[in-house]
Structures are given as C-alpha cells and as structure tokens.
Design a protein around this ligand. Structure first.
Ligand SMILES: Cc1cc2nc3c(=O)[nH]c(=O)nc-3n(C[C@H](O)[C@H](O)[C@H](O)COP(=O)(O)OP(=O)(O)OC[C@H]3O[C@@H](n4cnc5c(N)ncnc54)[C@H](O)[C@@H]3O)c2cc1C
Length: 291
C-alpha cells in the first residue's frame, strides 16, 4: 500500500489586497478525530467549492467533506486578476481543424462564463461583476498584426469585437499608452475574492467544510477501494476522493507527470482619487490583457 506524503503550504501571509477588502470572517474549525464520508473534495478554491456544490446536487444523501489547508477561497481563487474570458488571443488557426478546435474551446469557456453568471445571480453574490467585455492591447507596432489576425479569427466565428485605435482607444481607457486594442464583447470582470467568499458562504448545508486542515498524506485502501487521508489532528476515510488543489497536484502525488506549478504575481494599486479619475476622463470600467 503506497502512502502519498504531501508538501503543504506555509501559513497564509494575509497580504492580498482583494482579500483585505472583505469583512473578517470566522473560518470553519479544522477537522479533528476520525471521520467517515462518501466523498472528500481536497482543496477549496473555485474548483473544489464548485465540485462540492455539484456533488450535493447529484448525491443529496451523501456525506460530503471539503478539506482546505488554509482559509477557503483565499488561494489563487481569491488573488487573481478577475477576468472571466470566453475567447483567448490567438494569432490565427485558419485550417479547418484548427478553427474547429478553437471553436470547441471557446464553447467550453463560454459555458463556464455563463455558469458563473448564473451562480452569482442565483446566490446573490455581490462581486462587482462588470460585463464590460475585455481588451487585448499593445503599445508596440510589431504586435498590431497579432491583433488583426485575431480579429479575422473572431470574424470567422461571428464573435462580436472591434479593433480600436488612436483617440477612441485613449478615451475608452483614459490612457494614451496603447497604440491598438481589440475589444471583445465576451468577457467579464469581477472581484475574485468576493466571488470566492460568496461561494464559501453559500455552500450547501450538506457540504461540511474544514479549514486550516492541510492533508499531510493519503492512501488508497486496498480492502474497500476507498481512501484514507491524514491531517494534523484527524483522519478521514472516504469512498471517493476528488483532488482540486491546482498547482499542488503533483505534490499530492496526482498526475505527477502531467501538471506543474506556475507562479504568477499581481499588484493592486490604491484607488484613483476623484481628481485623478476626472483627469483621465472618467472612463467606464475596463480590463486590458496583453497582446
Ligand atoms: C496573479 C494571478 C492572476 C490570475 N488571473 C486570472 C484571471 O484573470 N482569470 C482567470 O481565469 N484565472 C486567473 N488566474 C488563475 C486562477 O486564479 C486559477 O486558475 C484558479 O483560481 C484555480 O482555482 P482552483 O480552485 O483550481 O485552485 P486554488 O484556488 O489554487 O485552490 C486550490 C486550494 O487547494 C488548497 N490545497 C493545496 N494543497 C492542499 C493540501 N495538501 N491540503 C488541503 N488543501 C490544500 C490550497 O490551499 C488552495 O486553497 C490567475 C492566477 C494568479 C495567481
């Protein structure tokens, strides 16, 4: 029987600007003692929170335990840039198969965006959602071709978009930094930590969340076919285990040759003052992605 030992994270550093905007929340206590469940979901980011919610719909009688090593929803899910995108910049897949492949991926992402919108509405989550589309912009002449090719692709797929340059771009963004932008209608901006917090606070009653409960190791039980997971002050045995730990997949001994951690950083500035907003022409909310 093989036991997978897991490298766990240090304590949350509490420096995320998005999370600092939220009211303080008393987390759920860590798991203690020996527990038995039908399902364990390991990791409470967007993926784990959504998985646990969906399991409760599919298996209304099951005991579902959600384990989180830190505070639920405060990993990448509470710290990202808040773009929900359905199309991604592509310099042109013009072969029939390339276009079909792109369309398929677009449809999956589009369904994801709709699912988030539906969840936000259904649960009444206030997460500053702005369905303002998104911009792909460049300050370099050499990148303009990329945007023009992307525009051709979007035209083939009949997706609403527009290439914007010069004064119009300046006015829309309140900045003359970029030379060219491509705006797509599909795309939502939101405050990511508010979305994650809303998903945590609206978990179905059937889902039992244990926070500050890093899983230190797990093993497959040869007799029952289930799993046993150990945490600092408890143990849980379950029939089915779903691992939703994002970049920690490999360190959990899952798909070790298929996943790797990727580190991204982002910064949050102070809000503009009223005078500053006035000086740049009070543009509507926007999000720019690089070309
Ligand atoms: C700076 C930045 C900007 C980004 N911008 C965007 C963007 O604009 N749009 C977009 O779509 N995506 C963006 N992303 C990516 C996006 O944030 C992630 O893809 C998404 O949050 C992943 O969610 P998840 O639930 O899969 O993983 P996470 O949110 O990482 O959740 C995994 C959870 O597992 C827990 N865990 C790990 N190991 C253990 C263990 N042993 N025991 C218990 N718990 C454990 C972690 O504590 C964590 O809470 C960005 C990411 C970053 C970092």
């Amino acid at each position: 029987m093989i036991t997978k030992n897991i490298l766990t994270l240090p304590k949350n550093d509490n420096t995320c600007g998005w999370i600092k905007q939220l009211p303080l929340r008393r987390g759920q206590p860590p798991l203690s003692g020996k527990q038995q469940a039908d399902w364990v979901v390991l990791g409470a980011g967007y993926t784990g929170l959504a998985t646990a919610r969906q399991l409760s719909i599919l298996h209304p009688q099951a005991r579902i335990i959600l384990l989180e090593g830190q505070n639920a929803g405060e990993g990448s899910s509470g710290r990202n840039s808040g773009f929900l995108v359905d199309s991604i910049l592509n310099e042109g897949h013009f072969s029939a198969s390339g276009l079909a492949e792109y369309r398929k991926k677009y449809e999956i992402k589009h369904a994801g965006v709709l699912a988030v919108r539906q969840l936000v509405t259904e649960l009444g989550i206030d997460c500053d959602l702005e369905a303002s589309g998104k911009y792909h912009c460049t300050a370099l002449k050499s990148n303009e071709k990329k945007l023009k090719n992307f525009s051709k692709l979007l035209t083939e797929l009949e997706l609403k978009h527009k290439i914007i340059e010069g004064e119009e771009l300046h006015q829309r963004l309140g900045s003359s930094y970029y030379r060219m932008g491509l705006w797509t209608e599909g795309g939502i901006m939101l405050q990511p930590a508010k979305l994650a917090r809303g998903m945590v606070e609206n978990l179905p009653e059937q889902v039992e969340l244990f926070e500050n409960t890093p899983v230190l190791n797990w093993r497959k039980l040869s007799n029952s076919g289930g799993y046993q997971l150990s945490t600092p002050s408890g143990q849980v045995t379950c029939e089915k285990l779903i691992v939703t730990v994002n970049g920690f997949m490999a360190s959990c001994g899952v798909k070790t040759n298929r996943t790797f951690p990727l580190t991204l950083t982002a910064g949050l500035t102070r809000p503009l003052t009223d005078e500053e907003d006035e000086a740049i022409g009070r543009p509507a909310a926007w999000g720019v992605l690089s070309a």
